[in-house]
Design a protein around this ligand. Structure first.
Ligand code: ADP
Ligand code: MG
Length: 335
């Protein structure tokens, strides 16, 4: 049994008719942010979730934790179907499942000291209070690389990297087992990114953590992950062991992500595939394969029928009508 099993999870926003829609005669619209996502994460693993901005990565991470209530489907964590939990049971489960946000400033209360911010989960979950809570808080603050004498300062007194360390301390203080890392380094300077990634790796080892690591940066995902899931317009289009997916990406969308990374050892290799156009709106997604409007390999069937997910190697799946032909657009220059 997998540590985390996500089954056909969907999250659609909106859909209710608002007053403004009555007045204007507009139909209420639905944002299909996440559609029918299934995946598994084993204990101690890092699953990297990659895809361009707006494809639904954060929504998926939050829907798994029920920070946003899923529209349908479910997530099963360590044998417990989270969709069946009532509010108190869900709250108790949150101790074991935490999230680190992209923007550490927006997610830290500016009027609370670091000690208060980091210590809050201890109170919320009834783990410790008073001097004991302060001691636990001091320990984790020190472990993430801040000084104990910085505990009584406020978030604005820290740099971006230090603020992310505070966010990490807050996520880890309750001794959780599973963490959604939602672009934890995307807002940071490149020089700081490596330090925070190294810290997250060390903490994972020390605390036996399992990560869903979200990023739009394929080099970060490739460096950190055991498995990769590639998301396009709310759906997983390819998933598998990191070596297999990055060495031989099978979906044209993954190939286009890969070809955007310069190959330092082999600069002449492969064509740079540029996707034309923007990510389509999840309000009115394209028919058939949702990638067809930007895919250099699209043929008639792609516009009409959604492809099924096929196994293309050990633990490796992809959903594309043209898989059997084994074309790599970054090699052929099809774009
Ligand atoms: P990502 O994290 O990959 O950038 P998001 O999950 O934030 O993507 O967003 C996916 C889609 O859902 C986007 O089109 C976004 O505008 C939309 N969306 C996100 N949150 C909400 C919300 N609370 N209400 C309506 N639409 C939302
Ligand atoms: Mg996001």
């Amino acid at each position: 049994m997998s540590f985390l099993k996500v089954e056909n999870l969907s999250k659609h926003y909106g859909g209710q008719r608002r007053l403004a829609d009555w007045v204007t005669g507009n139909k209420p619209f639905t944002v299909r942010a996440v559609n029918n996502v299934s995946l598994t994460v084993e204990k101690g693993e890092i699953l990297g979730l990659i895809g361009e901005s707006g494809c639904g990565k954060s929504t998926l991470g939050r829907a798994i934790l029920r920070l946003h209530e899923p529209t349908s489907g479910r997530a099963i964590f360590d044998g417990t179907d989270l969709s069946t939990l009532d509010a108190p049971a869900l709250k108790a489960m949150r101790r074991r499942m935490q999230i680190i946000f992209q923007d550490p400033y927006a997610s830290l209360n500016p009027r609370r000291t670091v000690a208060e911010i980091v210590g809050l989960p201890l109170q919320l979950h009834g783990i410790a209070s008073g001097e004991e809570a302060r001691a636990i808080t001091a320990k984790i603050i020190e472990r993430v690389g801040l000084k104990p004498n910085q505990m009584d300062r406020y978030p604005h007194q820290f740099s971006g990297g230090q603020r992310q360390r505070i966010g990490i301390a807050r996520a880890l203080v309750s001794n959780p087992e599973f963490i959604v890392c939602d672009e934890p380094v995307s807002a940071l300077d490149v020089s700081i990114q490596a330090q925070i990634i190294a810290l997250l790796q060390e903490l994972k080892q020390e605390m036996g953590l399992t990560y869903l690591f979200i990023s739009h940066d394929i080099s970060v995902i490739g460096y950190l992950s055991d498995k990769v899931a590639v998301m396009y317009l709310g759906e997983i289009v390819e998933m598998g062991p990191v070596d297999a997916v990055l060495a031989r990406p099978r979906h044209p969308y993954t190939q286009s992500l890969m070809s955007a990374v310069p190959d330092i050892d082999n600069p002449g290799k492969g064509a740079r595939v540029r996707l034309t156009g923007d990510l389509p709106s999840p309000v009115l997604p394209p028919s058939g394969c949702k990638f067809h409007t930007r895919c250099p390999l699209a043929i008639d069937i792609c516009r009409r029928t959604a492809p099924v997910t096929e196994t293309v190697g050990p633990g490796h799946q992809a959903a594309c009508h043209r898989l059997a032909e084994g074309i790599d657009i970054s090699q052929t220059g099809a774009a």
